[in-house]
Design a protein around this ligand. Structure first.
Ligand code: C5P
Length: 239
């Protein structure tokens, strides 16, 4: 059967496979910021995102988190379980940065006593607006139980990855997760986990080791992603 393109996003494409429950993801050499208003081709980025995200998803899987990840099949491709994406971006913040700092006028670097949790409605046309729990119910996006499940998984991911990154000299400042529903109606972690959707600061130098390098024009994006990948590979093994 010929594979069909079913989704083409800002930095990834999804194709069908012979197995109707499995999709093939292609990570592209594309970086975007400001909801697609800033866009550039960055050679080697797709490969780095794929490698980092597969290492992290394998680590999460090993630690009991259910994810859509099946396996990495090439430098830039992976297989994932087909899910229906819940149109929410679930953001967890350990330290003030980015929009939290600009929105509330606090300095970047303020460490929160307990993590801040925020939700955004996934919509390019509406610029991903902030959304609260009652609004998600009114719009029939998720039930109370489903939100609970997603936040429980987010908290586990935060604990696991805060420790993992700390052990390789990086501070997990914040991150965004997306979830999907399987055909059995189970909520599992989807999308990717890479420096595209989290902030990582070097513990010693405080250098930005994530997409802020691109958003803020701070230097070479691929060199910092490569550094993150090398530290993860040293810790977790893998190709
Ligand atoms: O921009 P903001 O400070 O709200 O981002 C919080 C975290 O969520 C950051 O790690 C950022 O990379 C991630 N994020 C994302 N996709 C978005 C918005 C934010 O991955 N559309």
């Amino acid at each position: 059967m010929t594979d069909k393109l079913i989704y083409s996003g800002k930095a990834k494409q999804m194709w069908t496979t012979d197995d109707e429950d499995v999709l093939r993801v292609i990570y592209m050499d594309q970086a975007t910021a400001l909801n697609g208003k800033k866009k550039d081709k960055i050679v080697g980025k797709g490969r780095l995102n794929n490698k980092i995200s597969s290492l992290i998803f394998e680590y999460l899987k090993k630690n009991g988190i259910k994810t859509h990840f099946v396996q990495k099949i090439s430098e830039t491709e992976e297989l994932v379980k087909k899910v229906k994406i819940v149109p929410l971006e679930m953001v967890t913040r350990n330290v003030a940065a980015g929009h939290f700092s600009t929105r509330f006028g606090v300095k970047e670097g303020l460490i929160f006593e307990s993590p801040v949790e925020e939700m955004y409605f996934k919509s390019d046309e509406l610029d991903d607006p902030f959304i609260n729990e009652s609004q998600t119910h009114a719009l029939k996006i998720a039930t109370h139980e489903e939100l609970n499940t997603m936040w429980e998984i987010s908290r586990k991911v935060n604990r696991l990855l805060t420790d993992l990154f700390e052990s390789i000299g990086l501070q997990l400042v914040d991150f965004k997760l997306e979830f999907g529903k399987t055909k059995e109606q189970e909520i599992i972690l989807a999308d990717e986990f890479s420096p595209d959707n989290c902030r990582l600061w070097d513990l010693k130098s405080k250098q930005h080791m994530d997409k802020d390098v691109y958003r803020r024009d701070l230097g070479s994006l691929t060199s910092v992603y490569k550094e993150v990948l090398e530290r993860l590979q040293k810790k977790l093994g893998g190709p």
